[in-house]
Design a binder for this molecule. Structure first.
Ligand SMILES: Nc1nc(=O)c2c([nH]1)NC[C@@H]1CN(c3ccc(C(=O)N[C@@H](CCC(=O)O)C(=O)O)cc3)C=[N+]21
Length: 283
C-alpha cells in the first residue's frame, strides 16, 4: 500500500493557530506569555533550533528571548542566569538547549530550572510528576508524537515498538502510549535481532539517530511509522527510516524533515502557554 503522509508542518500550523487565539485572549487580560531560551556555545544546529523556537513563539504573539552564553561559559554563569529567570515574573517558560558544553553539568542545570517554568519537562521533579500522573509539563517531542498519532485513530490495543530509551523521547513516549491502552515494547541498542522483530508491530516509533536503520522489509503492511531521527548527513537532515521504500509499505508515515520536528516546537509553545496560564491562575 502507499502510506498516508503525516504532514507535521500542516498539523503544526493548525495547532499553532489555536495557540495564537489563546495567546490573544491572555493578552487581553494583561498576560503576555514569554519563552526564554538559554544556549551556551555556537553549534550551528543548536543555534538554528533556538532561533526557530523564538520565531515560532513570536509568530503566535508570545515574546521570546535568547540568552546566548559563550562556549567557555562556566556552570556558575548558567546557574546565575537560571536564578535570574526563575525569579523574573515576565518569564513564563525557560528552556536550556542541550547538549551543553562539557564543563557544565546537565544534571545540575536541569534540576536548577524552577519546575513551574520547565517547559521542556526535563527536570527530575517534572519527570516524577509525569510518571505519577500529576499536572506537569510533558516533554515536547513525546507530546508532539501523540498529537501526530491522534490523526491516525485510536491506539487502544495496538502493539507498538518504541526504539530508543532516552529520558527525553523513548521512555516518556512509552508511558504516554501505555496511557492510551497500547501495548508497548521498548527496544534499544542491546535488543536482540531488533529490526527482525519490528514486522510484528502495528506502530513503530524510532528515536535512534541512525539513518537507514528501518527498511521497508521491517514494516508490517499498513503499519504506522513515526520517525523521530534527525541526523545531518552532509547538508541534509535525515531520519531513521528509509522513507521512499517504507512509504510503499506503511499505512501512515512521517517525513524528515517536516514530521515530528515541527510538532516538537509546537509543544514548546503549548507548554509555555500552559505555564503562563498556571502562573496566573487561569485554568
Ligand atoms: N532543551 C532542549 N529542548 C529541545 O526540545 C531540544 C534540545 N534541547 N536540543 C536539541 C533537540 C532537537 N530538537 C529539535 C526541534 C525541532 C526540530 C525541527 O523542527 N526540525 C525540522 C527541520 C529543521 C531544519 O530543517 O533544520 C523538521 O524536522 O522539519 C528538530 C529538532 C529539539 N531539541
Amino acid at each position: 500500500m502507499t502510506a498516508n503522509l503525516l504532514n507535521g508542518r500542516e498539523i503544526a500550523k493548525d495547532y499553532r493557530a489555536g495557540l495564537a487565539e489563546e495567546v490573544e485572549k491572555l493578552k487581553e487580560n494583561g498576560i503576555t506569555p514569554n519563552l526564554t531560551v538559554i544556549i551556551a556555545g555556537n553549534d550551528g544546529a543548536s543555534l538554528s533550533y533556538v532561533r526557530s523556537k523564538n520565531r515560532a513563539a513570536e509568530k503566535i504573539g508570545m515574546t521570546s528571548d535568547i540568552v546566548h552564553l559563550d562556549e567557555d561559559a562556566t556552570e556558575d554563569e548558567v546557574l546565575e542566569e537560571l536564578d535570574r529567570l526563575n525569579n523574573d515574573d515576565n518569564v513564563s517558560g525557560i528552556l536550556v538547549q542541550v547538549p551543553l558544553p562539557d564543563q557544565i553539568s546537565e544534571e545540575k542545570v536541569l534540576e536548577s530550572i524552577a519546575p513551574h517554568k520547565d517547559v521542556d519537562g526535563f527536570s527530575p521533579v517534572n519527570i516524577g510528576r509525569m510518571y505519577t500522573g500529576q499536572r506537569t509539563f510533558i516533554p515536547c517531542t513525546p507530546l508532539g508524537i501523540m498529537e501526530l498519532l491522534k490523526h491516525t485513530g485510536s491506539l487502544e490495543g495496538k502493539d507498538i515498538a518504541v526504539i530508543g530509551r532516552s529520558h527525553i523521547v523513548g521512555q516518556p513516549v512509552a508511558k504516554l502510549l501505555t496511557d492510551q491502552n497500547a501495548t508497548v515494547t521498548l527496544m534499544h541498542s542491546r535488543t536482540k535481532n531488533m529490526t527482525d522483530k519490528l514486522s510484528g508491530f502495528d506502530v513503530i516509533v524510532s528515536a535512534v539517530g541512525s539513518p537507514g536503520l528501518i527498511k521497508a522489509e521491517h514494516i508490517k503492511d499498513g503499519a504506522i511509522v513515526i520517525d523521530v531521527g534527525n541526523t545531518m548527513v552532509g547538508d541534509k537532515l535525515v531520519g531513521d527510516v528509509d522513507f521512499d521504500a517504507a512509504k510503499e509499505k506503511a499505512g501512515w508515515i512521517t517525513p524528515v524533515p517536516g514530521g515530528v520536528g515541527p510538532l516538537t516546537i509546537t509543544m514548546v509553545l503549548n507548554n509555555t502557554l500552559l505555564a503562563a496560564k498556571w502562573h496566573n491562575g487561569v485554568e
